[in-house]
Ligand binder design. Structure first.
Ligand code: KIV
Length: 259
């Protein structure tokens, strides 16, 4: 999947699929399953590092995870999140840091949180041939301004953000936690694909944090997350069986021992 093919999916009426991955094993599994795009999201701050926000994630950390992902991926478009304060200082800071991401990881695109407020930066990245996805609606890096993960209901503000991002050159716009009808209107207005998370079915594609949709995360059940599996229960069961078999001597048995 290339950036132009990703964009073309909209005019061809093909729904785009995207999930997050942060390591070699999961990225290889998602890629082999046929996912269109893998996001090395700064949600790794939550699900890998155990922070309560994404703010602590550093540029070096996201580059490390993107390198692990890239070693596994054969076909999916890999998009890498720009962490908090890796792009907000100035457009030139953003170009330098996004350039590092592309050069050091081999990924094809970056994502940054912002619309109107980051239009200049999106334009600078686009001018430097760094394909950029804009993330509007709920922006987790702005959590302290919102005071929590709240549904974004400023329709005019959302429209302005999405339009500004597209005009600045964003190849796609991610919409997080916005009412379904707003997302539908934005999707109709934009020529580039919208990717929704908590934004309803009319978006051109969908993304979820893979750990959430696989049922690995504990105690995080927002309305928009569907558990397509319950891997936490299965992994817990397997771990408990391992413990019991080691303690009883049932493992390793002859079949798992060398002569
Ligand atoms: O960091 C992330 O995983 C995201 C989600 C919205 C998919 O940006």
């Amino acid at each position: 999947m290339t950036v132009p093919n990703f964009v073309k999916a909209k005019s061809e009426g093909r729904k785009l699929t995207m999930l997050t991955a942060y390591d070699f094993t999961w990225a290889g599994l998602l890629d082999a399953a046929g996912i269109d795009s893998i996001l090395v999201g700064d949600s790794l701050g939550n699900v890998i590092q155990g922070h309560s926000t994404t703010l602590p994630v550093t540029l070096d950390e996201i580059i490390y995870h993107a390198k692990c992902v890239m070693r596994a991926v054969r076909q999916a478009l890999v998009i890498v999140d720009m962490p908090f304060l890796s792009f907000q200082v100035s457009p030139s800071q953003a170009v330098e840091n996004a350039g590092r991401i592309l050069k050091e990881t081999g990924a094809a695109a970056v994502k940054l949180e912002g619309g109107v407020n980051q239009a200049q930066t999106i334009a600078a990245l686009t001018a430097a041939d760094i394909p950029t996805m804009a993330h509007v609606g709920l922006r987790p890096q702005s959590i302290h301004r919102y005071g929590g993960m709240k549904i974004q209901r400023d329709k005019q503000g959302l429209l302005a953000d999405a339009r500004a991002a597209q005009e600045a050159g964003a190849f796609s716009v991610l919409l997080e936690l916005v009412p379904r009808d707003f997302a539908a209107q934005i999707t109709r207005e934009l020529t580039v694909p919208t990717i929704g998370i908590g934004a309803g079915p009319e978006c051109d594609g969908q993304v979820l944090v893979s750990y959430d949709m696989l049922g690995l995360t504990d105690g995080f059940h927002p309305k928009f997350v569907k558990h397509f599996a319950d891997l936490r229960a299965e992994a817990t069961r397997a771990t408990q069986q391992y413990i019991a078999e080691v303690r009883s001597g049932a493992f390793p048995d002859n079949a798992h021992s060398h002569r």
